[in-house]
Design a protein around this ligand. Sequence first.
Ligand code: AHM
Ligand code: MG
Length: 331
Amino acid sequence: MNRPDHDLVHDNLTSLQAHVLSEEARYPGAQGDLSWILSAISLAGKTIANKVRRARLDGVLGAHGTENVQGEQQLKMDVIANEIIMRCLGDRASVAVLASEEDEEPRILRRSGEGGKYCVLFDPLDGSSNLDSCVGVGTIFSVTVNDPEEPDGEKTVCQPGSKQVAAGYILYGSSTIMCLTTGDGVDMFELDQAIGSFLRVKTKLRIPEKGETYSINEANAETFPEGYQKYLRFAHSSGYTSRYIGSMVSDVHRTLIRGGVFIYPPTAKNPDGKLRLLYEANPMAMLIEQAGGLSYSGDQPTMQIQPERLHQRVPVLLGSPVEVARVREFL
Ligand code: AHM
Ligand code: MG
């Protein structure tokens, strides 16, 4: 019998929630704690997506009038997104620590003896300075296991990226997309606004092996270390093309789907790079590597770096394996 083009049984609709529950069923001892955390993150994503779409109408574009710990201007939407995530995750019983790019200190919610099993680290609204020009912005998150022996909130969240148990981003773009890994490949979900559900649109996403696109803020090129400048000369003379939005989630998402490299090197202004190891570099590295790509920060694979500080910055080079290796030849 011919299988119809659209097979109602096999091309079924799978929600993020159903996906996470079926993944969890593969681990006999799992108690559902991680699933609860991911469901809270998805609720936060839906809520932030709604706020992002209404930001202009609600008059919440622009500066909040405060600075974050890194001395950066906080925007109203940074503060709103941060609060939404705190409210969605705060009462999930297994969350031990919440660490946000916007907050100076991690918030210890529950000690291990009180059921605190996981730390959730996040950049609530990455690329928020682009909101007024309506390009894609995103939420980046990382989940690690809380160290039961470690009472210090900063120390328990300062774990190498290789210890992450889940990571992902939500991109508020022309559609709202979540890319998620729990260590067994990358799956992609799209928010169906009409029913309020993230539906799975791709499983086991693979980044293209190659891609002749580089994504870098070339305005800083003169202060890049020499190797990056040499790579750019190679790219210019080899028919590569350039794409740079200046919003990491959008730039990394394009790199994941179409291939190429995303690079934020050390610059004169940011000698250690601009992006944060715990909130940006590590979760993106896990996603990219789970999709078959590579991620380096300086000489080291990003996820092998032992973090020294909560808000530590690192250079980032990630993307298609062939292209990352090519950049590294110049460094
Ligand atoms: P943010 O977390 O304060 O939004 O800053 C991070 C953003 C990334 O989204 C993006 O990759 C980078 O800053 C762009 O920086 P630049 O404007 O220096 O190119
Ligand atoms: Mg950011």
